[in-house]
Design a binder for this molecule. Structure first.
Ligand SMILES: [Ca+2]
Ligand SMILES: [Ca+2]
Length: 120
């Protein structure tokens, strides 16, 4: 079964990846891949970068087309450093996790904060 879902993301408690003086703190964006939990078919989704914020609410809305009745999504939060990418953490969730409309999960590795997913 194929379908479409619209998702928006926030993160809370991201660690500071910019400890240098004057660098502020983490400049986070989120990259999303769609797949079945083993293979990630489509990784072409990225939010905007939010500068110097450990609790970003990304305004980017992803409109995702999927196959199957319970697709998986992998998100990776990345600190931007003038175009260079430094991964902060990642997590995987399934469409069924979003039955209530909102899903929240810790990023891996531990201590990397958490991501909140909203379906609407
Ligand atoms: Ca920064
Ligand atoms: Ca940075």
């Amino acid at each position: 079964m194929a379908g479409q879902v619209r998702l928006r993301f926030s993160a809370r408690g991201l660690p500071d990846h910019d400890p240098a003086i004057g660098a502020g703190t983490t400049d986070a964006f989120l990259r999303l891949c769609v797949g079945d939990g083993l293979d990630w078919i489509d990784c072409g989704y990225e939010t905007e970068i939010i500068q110097d914020d450990e609790n970003p609410d990304w305004s980017t809305t992803f409109v995702l087309n999927y196959d199957g009745d319970n697709p998986a999504f992998q998100v990776t939060v990345i600190d931007d450093d003038s175009g260079a990418e430094h991964p902060v953490g990642s997590m995987i969730f399934w469409l069924h996790d979003l039955r209530a409309g909102v899903h929240q999960a810790d990023l891996f590795p531990q201590g990397s904060g958490l991501v909140i997913v909203q379906k609407f």
